[in-house]
Design a protein around this ligand. Structure first.
Ligand code: GLU
Length: 287
């Protein structure tokens, strides 16, 4: 039951992935740039790195006690390993959507792997390796809801997270919706369960994780009509070109040696959905 629901959601997502594969930027992926002491390559030489990750997104970044698990966590471990940092050298730090750029800029974290969409506005402040995954904005609603897509949100209470691309898109493109913002998606899902909001909007892959939680079995559905493209990047400091290039080289190696697929299979892939292809021709040019 649980697997079937998640698999159905992934079916819709596959269409977005296919569509996204046709787009992308024409990046040259040449590595280079001197590694500066302030960049992650220099820092990793000391054997330690701090990763900013989500703590309340099942399947992606979920904290249980002092342990973090999920696809973004496995991607983080791949990046750390590629930089020569052992798992014991990783410090996990919880980020929410709104503090990802400031945490990178202030050096509170070295790398962010947190369902973090690459876009031009954010690129003014940080640099991105990746994308390592393409998601799409969707809606989570109660099973009996009549909401069938973003066009049926007029007058409805829609919950999303401040500082996220989905919240911004609701504000700008669906002005008739009543947007309620929290600092994390789990708070939105609690509000949905309590009937305080009519829908939660963010990336399909995040919503699928909540819908498949045992405590919400039979309660929610993901609408399944993604209305954006959200390429997930790995954030580093804006001037860390060498670090960004290194991340892209590590992702290329992970695509080739099976470790990317393993990261998926061990986390989100448990729903039964096959790992997406990591299209290394679409990696950023780090400039
Ligand atoms: N990928 C979107 C973003 O980066 C939504 C998910 C999130 O808030 O982490 O804003």
């Amino acid at each position: 039951m649980r697997i079937t629901r998640l698999a159905a959601t992934f079916g819709a997502m596959a269409m977005v992935l296919a569509a996204a594969a046709c787009g992308g930027d024409d990046s040259d992926n040449a590595s280079g740039g001197a590694s500066t002491a302030s960049g992650i390559v220099g820092k990793a030489a000391g054997g330690k790195l701090t990763f900013g990750v989500k703590a309340d997104q099942p399947g992606l970044g979920l904290q249980t006690g002092s342990t973090y698990s999920g696809f973004d966590i496995e991607i983080s471990k791949i990046i750390a390993k590629g930089l020569g940092v052992p798992e014991s050298g990783i410090t996990w730090k919880t980020t929410v959507s709104a503090n990802r750029e400031p945490y990178i800029q202030q050096g509170q974290v070295d790398v962010v792997v947190a369902t973090y969409t690459i876009n031009d506005e954010r690129k003014q402040k940080v640099n991105f390796g990746g994308p390592y995954f393409i998601a799409g904005q969707d809606l989570l609603v109660p099973v009996a809801s009549t909401i069938t897509g973003p066009e049926s949100l007029a007058g409805k209470k829609v919950c999303s997270v401040s500082g996220s691309t989905p919240a911004k898109r609701i504000q700008t493109d669906y002005k008739d919706a009543q947007l309620q913002q929290f600092d994390s998606y789990s708070k939105c899902v609690t509000a949905l369960a309590g009937g305080q909001v009519d829908a939660v909007s963010t990336d399909d892959i995040i919503l699928a994780g909540y819908a498949s939680q045992d405590q919400y079995a039979g309660k929610f559905k993901v609408v399944g009509k993604p209305f954006s493209t959200e390429p997930y990047g790995i954030g580093v400091k804006k001037d860390d070109t060498a670090g960004c290039n290194k991340i892209n080289d590590i992702l290329k190696a992970a695509a080739a040696d099976g470790s990317y697929k393993k990261a998926w299979d061990d986390t989100l892939g448990k729903s039964g959905k096959a790992a997406p292809e990591l299209d290394v021709s679409k990696l950023t040019n780090c400039s």
